[in-house]
Write a protein of this length. Sequence first.
Lengths: 346, 310
Amino acid sequence: MSAALLDVTDLKKHYPLKGGLLGGTTGYVYAVDGVSFQIARAETLSLVGESGCGKSTVGKAVLRLFDITSGQVVLDGKRIDDLSTGALRAVRRRVQVVFQDPFSSLNPRMRVRDILAEPIRNFGLAKDGRDLEARVAALMDKVRLPRDAVNRWPHEFSGGQRQRIGIARALAAEPDLIVCDEAVSALDVSVKAQIVNLLQDLQQELGLALLFISHDLAIVEHMTHRVAVMYLGKIVEVAPKRSLFAAPKHPYTEALLSAVPVPMPGKARERILLKGDVPSPINPPKGCRFHTRCPYAFDRCRAEEPRLNHVATALDPGHVAACHLHDLPAAENPLAVAKGAALVAA
Amino acid sequence: MASASVLSPIEAAPPSGVAAAAPLPDVLPPVKPKKGFIGFVRRNPTMAFGAALLLLMVLVAIFAPLLGTVDPTALAPAKRTREPSALYWFGTDMLGRDVYSRVLYGARVSLIVGFSVAILASVAGMAIGMVSGYVRLLDSVIMRVMDGLMSIPPILLAIALMALTRGSVQNVIIAITIAEIPRVSRLVRGVVLSLREQPYVEAAVAAGTRTPAIILRHILPNTLAPITVQATYICAAAMITEAILSFIGAGTPPIIPSWGNIMAEGRALWQVKPYIVFFPAVFLSITVLAVNLLGDGLRDALDPRMAKRL
């Protein structure tokens, strides 16, 4: 995919663990350990996984809120992970962020106007004071908030309204990509739907690419183009939405999907209950990271780490999964049959 | 009922024999918060009381010459150690000086020292704390120096510093400020460290805001509330330290009347003429109480989560 807007290759972020008498490094937290993905223009890629799997760390690495340990982040053909602070500022305009908590993501001591004007001023997008005012007003229109609310303080707004302000701030820089870090997780259902629809409308209107970090598969199914599933610092499966939800090709994805409630009384799907906890990212299991909890694990899984490969039996050729099961003959592979598809058809 | 027409026919006309429920009374009438000065006092009685007391003390200090005082340094050996009376409200001391006048003028020293130390220590502590919280390389060095300073009790540090210089109000202020800076720096550093992890700060970084602007626009304004509260406590502590320094003769020179000085001079006569010590002590206590009440009130008003009462 050469036309990718964002191309992340083998991204790693390890946090040193300090300890001991002299504060030396005693180990590392392998928060993100070799993650690769691409996002095309105007595409939504959802990054899903349970808490602590490194989803948000990936998002912050793309935003370059910290220096990554190794790997590459390429935005529109230009490497951005090794830029100096000065050179980075010019690139920052193109990638913006919407955070989860609408209460801590707005500075309580700044009026809405100043919050929205900050990126516009920083990047010199407005010609003069009038243009700045007009842009701020246009942003309020875009997120469907009244224009005269710009003189208010963040605490005067509800959670959903604050999230709209957060989105408006992200749009102020006229970005190509917005990282939505659990952007709707803290909102209640009706507000959640409004914000998701707003994001979709804005995406169509402005051609935005979205990196949608979430643990809510129902929302993801509603709004994404492609899905990347993360487990313990690694991506285990990437697929177009339809293919992934109909026929997951990784046991972890299968278990995740089985946990999504079915909105039909009396029609429970077969739950796959994973045993045990997520292993510690300080000392991840050898071989496949999921083998400690995988219902299908066999000897090879404990020894050899699987790579992300195209899955022959998948509905879509763009479907990749990191699982040794797909090297087995189709008859022995429990994931070869499209269980999800059967459920949908039933 | 005007709204009856909106109801469905069944609800509008209950079947015969079924009594329609009477409309429920308004159990909770809406609370109207009083606005303006009265409302503020009602909501923050502690702060209002503290502020009023402190304001009174400031007015007393400013208008000391107009409040029936005489020259607080005028000696009158013939009228030594008079008991409090209509002429000498608080009596006279062992040199015949009017204690009432001395106490009122002494308020000036205490308040100047208290306010100056509070402001200077806050500003310096803020600068140090900001640097420490933002420049990780300097952090451990700065904090170890602060730890070192904190290991000496502030009063001892102030005495040691005063021993190096001559006694003057200015030097007292500097000595107490230095003793108070480590505490403020620690506080500011802690607040800065937590603020820089806030999503709005990260969003500002992503929005291309430069570090100085981040500090000025996003960090600094949000540290002001805890610093203001801390400043009031420092103000109270500084007034007490000043009195202690003066009392042991290491602070304000004896020629300037300060509450510590008056008490120090009255100490020798404590058993026979207790009023010489009593009046400055009462004034000191009331002022410190006022500042502390103001600080508690400010803390409750600025950060409801820290409020002690339910």
